[in-house]
Ligand binder design. Structure first.
Ligand SMILES: *[C@@H]1O[C@H](CO)[C@@H](O)[C@H](O)[C@H]1NC(C)=O
Ligand SMILES: *[C@@H]1O[C@H](CO)[C@@H](O)[C@H](O)[C@H]1NC(C)=O
Ligand SMILES: *[C@@H]1O[C@H](CO)[C@@H](O)[C@H](O)[C@H]1NC(C)=O
Length: 402
């Protein structure tokens, strides 16, 4: 285009000169000169534009060359990968065929072997399980219950249901008082004397929980209140008594909370307990209908450590507690008494009913709302017909573990 223009401009000047001929001849050369200059300026502008365009085109060509080089490299890589994947697939296929063939050759042998293996594995698993349970229940604690020594009525109230206790995992002297089978108010007394004398000095501390409890199976363990959350079938709340906050919560598995634990304590669906080994839950389960299930809970993480279906029935039961890893269930015919421990369950199998004497409680007109063992002072805290009771126990050393 530039070349064409450059050639054309003198012609254009001549043409214009001819066209702009007389009448004013004296002015003509000046006019032509002016037009010529204008064209030169235009021409220079066009020249600059063309140079820039050329530079762009060159750049563009270089760029497209660069791209095509990169694309070329990509393609070689792709084809390399493709062939590698193909050969790998082929090798896998070949290996599979070889395995199939070997399996075909040894099918009968393998069958027998695997049956033997499962049996061996099962025995091994059971042994492991037993070891685990023994380690779990291996606190330095080997006493078993021989009798109820005495009864002491500590306080009298009107409420048929409720629970009271000390911290079963610390040496704190504080006494906690939870009235009723559904409430969110916990009373904290400085010590047993203040609780007993009903004195107003010092006044008990009143704690309002953010959630209500259900039943009378609560326990206090190492500064935490553990309770069955009312309105849920199986949720256990861990409440920090110092900070007054919910620390953690868990769902007790295995059909817990679908039915009352004891026939004569109908508001308790999950009964918690503490002994020398730590925290436990006693509840109904999916196993044998109407039998108690015992679950060991890790109080720090609220994980389930183990669960046992016990032979102890819910029928005619009113309460239970654990001493040294052994569950003692209290029964009373028709809820009237006498109150007697007639079912004992030891996960390790060292304590059985035939080892025990007759375990009668002192005569009470009605069944207990709760009976909890405290491994610190080794006595029972109970609630019976509105009375807060302490039972002192007689124990003896049990047979050592084999
Ligand atoms: C093309 O690649 C060369 C070297 O790889 C680089 O110096 C040049 O700037 C690239 N050109 C463009 C337009 O990307
Ligand atoms: C129980 O603990 C004691 C020491 O604390 C240990 O010597 C013993 O081996 C443990 N037994 C089991 C079955 O784990
Ligand atoms: C909860 O307990 C407090 C005292 O401990 C009592 O005043 C209140 O009436 C109880 N609430 C219910 C719903 O029973």
């Amino acid at each position: 285009m530039m070349v064409a223009l450059r050639g054309a401009s003198p012609l254009l000047v001549l043409f214009l000169a001819a066209f702009l001929s007389p009448p004013h001849c004296a002015q003509d050369p000046a006019m032509v000169h002016y037009i010529y200059q204008r064209f030169q300026v235009l021409e220079q502008g066009l020249e600059k534009c063309t140079q820039a365009t050329r530079a762009y085109i060159q750049d563009f060509q270089e760029f497209s060359k660069n791209i095509s080089i990169l694309l070329g490299r990509c393609q070689t890589h792709t084809s390399e990968y493709k062939s590698a994947v193909d050969s790998l697939a082929m090798r896998v296929e070949r290996a599979q065929r070889e395995i199939d063939y070997l399996e075909y050759l040894r099918e009968a042998d393998i069958c027998i072997e695997s049956e033997e293996k499962t049996l061996a594995e099962k025995i091994l698993q059971e042994a492991e399980e037993e070891k685990k349970i023994r380690a779990l229940l291996n606190a330095s604690c080997d006493n078993m219950l021989m009798g109820i020594k005495s009864l002491k009525i500590v306080k009298k109230t009107m409420d048929p249901d409720g629970s009271w206790m000390k911290d079963a995992g610390s040496n704190s002297a504080k006494v906690y008082f939870l009235i009723g089978s559904r409430n969110n108010t916990v009373w904290e007394f400085a010590n047993l004397r203040v609780f007993t004398e009903d004195s107003t000095k010092p006044a008990p501390r009143k704690l309002i929980l953010p959630l209500s409890w259900q039943g009378s199976g609560q326990v206090i363990y190492k500064g935490f209140l553990f309770f069955h959350n009312q309105g849920t079938s199986n949720e256990i709340i861990k409440y920090n008594l110092q900070k007054k906050t919910v620390e953690d919560r868990m769902l007790l598995p295995g059909g817990a909370g679908r039915a009352p634990v004891y026939q004569h304590s109908l508001s308790t669906y999950i009964d918690l307990a503490v002994d020398e080994h730590g925290l436990w839950a006693i509840h109904s389960g999916p196993g044998i209908q109407g039998h108690l299930v015992l679950t060991k809970i890790e109080p720090g993480t609220l994980g389930v450590e183990h669960s046992w279906d016990t032979p102890c029935r819910s029928h005619d039961a009113e309460a239970s507690f654990l001493v040294c890893g052994v569950l003692y269930v209290v029964y009373s015919a028709g809820g009237q008494g006498p109150h007697r421990i007639t079912c004992v369950y030891d996960p390790l199998g060292t304590v059985r009913e035939e080892h025990l004497p007759n375990l009668f409680f002192p005569r009470r007109p009605r069944s207990h709302s709760m009976i909890h063992y405290n491994p610190r002072d080794k006595q029972l805290y109970a609630w019976n017909e509105g009375n807060q009771i302490i039972y002192k126990l007689q124990t003896k050393k049990r047979l050592p573990l084999q």
